[in-house]
Design a protein around this ligand. Structure first.
Ligand code: SAJ
Length: 443
């Protein structure tokens, strides 16, 4: 088939490559001319996706994938553009203003992509929306938009097929994850399912479009709520003097319990965003989902609080931050809690030096970032940091303070090297007897 993909980001570009590999003739479209030039030359900006650069070179060279700023006539159109959240605090309706969260989906990229392909749609074409969207986007936004652009929608098949891939493992998951497709009509579901079966080696489930939209949000909300529960227990563990990492390990031995891991908060473009689309759809019915968002959003502040307790009695002028990306072993800093913690430390008057092996501007030698630091904060659990030798680090820093927000480093060996160590959820620096006035951080 001839496939036109709108949006060549983290999802669209790898999808275009996989479709080209499966034998389709693919035209990948992006509004960013700089990105289009780079991709056409085989310069792939998406890093840490095993196999992606090689596959991209092969489909570009074979002509199975072409890159352009303009759509073309095709059999199948796929929209894979971002759907960020915007804070609508200013224009919130009275009932929404009672709620803590007034974030809503910004559908402007979906709208622009839909308008761009409208002139190319022909009878029998399949239009698939892969972007994560609030429920009823396909039938109440995309459908009327196409109609207002003059498309005879009775002859076009519309479906939502949410992407489900995990950054860092995208190529594999595009092919081996079960796939869900929801058509506006049963015929559209069937056509979209048949299309995915041309390259997916797992189950392809058919449903209606609004169910598919909601299921995608349920998946990511499940993870957000689970992490919020782990984070809340981290605070409880600190309060009670219980090591929550050990407690979670023990609880997870139960065959029907599976806690995720506490940390400095939830980042990335999916889990920290998608629950707001559910809240937006049903603000009065989502108190648990809202509470989870609140807990996870407050974690960077908690990290600062814990840091103050760790640093009590010392003066911290420079902090070395290990890890800036939103999660381990990727170079994506969108919504990263690590950068939020960095901003909070800077607002306390602390000089922050950031290291991240996966992000160009932070990928300096780690020794340079650690040199002369008064404190070290591990914010992203990149595997590289396991190779740090605490005895070597102790010779580089000015003061030996370590805050591990991911429960990742071996606290015993850092303690043995003379570090005062705090770990989120470990309970050795609880608030008992310490008031903010007794803390001296910064100068
Ligand atoms: N995190 C924790 N503790 C954990 C697991 C994750 O604090 O135990 C944090 C991470 O550090 C990160 C954030 O949560 O900051 C999100 O990371 P993630 O690995 O849970 O998820 P994403 O955002 O990289 O990808 C998710 C995936 N969804 C699910 O696993 C249900 C992926 O399959 C989706 O395709 C993707 O969202 C998406 O695009 O929606």
């Amino acid at each position: 088939m001839r496939v036109c993909i709108m949006g060549l980001g983290y999802i669209g570009f790898p999808t275009a490559c996989v479709l080209g590999q499966a034998g389709h003739d693919v035209i990948g479209v992006d509004v960013n001319p700089v990105l289009v030039d780079r991709l056409s030359l085989g310069d792939i900006p998406i890093v840490n996706e095993p196999g992606l650069t090689d596959l991209a070179h092969s489909v570009l060279q074979s002509g199975k994938l072409k890159i352009s700023t303009e759509p073309e006539v095709a059999d199948v159109f796929i929209i894979a553009v971002p759907t960020p959240v915007q804070d609508d605090r200013e224009v919130a309706s009275p009932e929404h203003s009672r709620l803590e969260y007034r974030y809503r989906a910004d559908l402007s990229y979906v709208v622009a992509a839909t308008k761009a392909i409208a002139p190319f749609l022909r009878a029998g074409n399949l239009l698939i929306l892969e972007s994560t969207v609030p429920p009823h986007t396909l039938d109440r936004t995309v459908l009327p938009l196409l109609q207002s652009e003059g498309v005879d929608t009775s002859t076009v098949l519309l479906a939502h097929a949410p992407e489900r891939v995990l950054p860092g493992n995208i190529l594999r998951e595009l092919v081996y994850n079960h796939r869900l497709v929801g058509g506006l009509t049963p015929q559209a579901s069937r056509a979209a399912a048949d299309f995915y079966r041309s390259f997916v080696k797992a189950q392809v489930e058919e449903t209606d479009c609004t169910t598919a939209e909601l299921v995608k949000l349920m998946e990511n909300t499940y993870r957000d709520v689970n992490i919020a529960l782990a984070n809340e227990f981290a605070l409880v563990g600190e309060h009670l003097g219980v090591d929550i990492w050990n407690a979670i390990r023990l609880a997870n031995l139960h065959p029907r319990v599976n806690y995720l891991r506490p940390g400095p908060g939830v980042g990335g473009h999916c889990i920290a965003v998608d629950p707001y689309f559910v809240i937006e759809a049903a603000p009065e019915l989502t108190s648990l989902i809202q509470a989870a968002r609140r807990v996870n959003r407050q974690m960077p502040l908690h990290v600062l609080d814990l840091f103050r307790r760790l640093a009590q009695g010392t003066v911290v002028r420079k902090a070395a931050i290990l890890g800036a990306s939103y999660k381990a072993n990727v170079g994506d800093e969108r919504e990263s809690p690590a950068l939020e913690v960095a901003r909070l430390l800077e607002s306390e008057g602390i000089n922050v030096a950031i290291h991240d092996p996966h992000i160009g501007r932070y990928a300096h030698p780690v020794e340079r970032v650690l040199a002369g630091a008064d404190a070290v904060l591990l914010l992203t659990d990149h595997v590289d940091y396991l190779a740090l030798d605490p005895r070597v680090v102790s010779g580089l820093v000015s003061q030996r303070l370590l805050l591990d927000t991911r429960g990742y480093l071996d606290a015993a060996s850092w303690t043995a090297a003379g570090f005062r160590v705090a770990t989120v959820g470990s309970g050795q620096y609880n608030m008992r007897g310490i008031t903010p006035e007794t803390l001296t951080v910064g100068d």
